[in-house]
Ligand binder design. Sequence first.
Ligand code: OGA
Ligand code: NI
Length: 289
Amino acid sequence: MLEDKLVHTLAQKHHDDHEMTGEDYDDLKHQQEMEEELYEDDEMEEEAEDVPEMELLAMMDAEEDSLHVVRRLFYSGADLVSIETKLLGRNALASLREQGFVWLDGLFDGDVIQAAREAALQLAESGEMIPAGMVRLEDDPFRDRKARDDVICWLHKDQHPATHPALDAVLDKLQLIQRDIASVIRLKGQAEYQLAVYKGNGGHYERHRDAFPIDDDADEEQRRVTVVVYLTDELETNVGGGLKIFRPLGHEQIVESAAGRVMIFLSGVVDHEVLPVFNMRAAVSAWIR
Ligand code: OGA
Ligand code: NI
């Protein structure tokens, strides 16, 4: 990872400096230098930490397109011929690999989506969800807390507050989707599910990426695939809240948050932004690793 590389490069630089200058000085001089170097160390580490996430990602992309990096986590083409999937067709999985994203309609029953939406809105009204900006950073280190206007709660099957059968049904289907995705990309088998509700009034979520691009199969931390199910009311218009995605590189497109639509993308690859929302917008996101 470039982040590691940055740190490594800095460490290497310190090492070189030391070798170049450390040799022919008397003790006092040497000590002074060591102190200076320590000071520099601090400064440099701070600089490395201070690189804004989007800038770091842009640097990584410039080095190698993140799609190419993450694609190395996919099984090779030959293995794909014989896969059998439950919900996602081979074309959808191929798009995920080739483009980094794909969206599908018709995987969910309209009634389930409507019931899950009602449950979501009730939860949002009940005060049981919290502003995403207040989520503890260690629970969600990838979030830019100031950059989003939704309320959220984590969902666990059969567990409060997501005890609603319709939300459970959404989680069940997400698990099947996860299984299908696992037939093409190496996964650790972990997932987190989050319900997010935007209450309208132009709330949005700034451009961001859900993970760093990685090709290290041993990594357990970075999210590998994001799956979002839109709990939108079929009859409502003027909802806003489309998902703008910045892929292929240099292009943008908007995926409308249509009822029951499932948006799947590689978490470390696709920059995305939730456009201003003018009517209640509910969605369940799954991050799978
Ligand atoms: C997210 C996110 C997209 C959406 O929660 O990280 O970007 O369309 N969600 O809700
Ligand atoms: Ni996101």
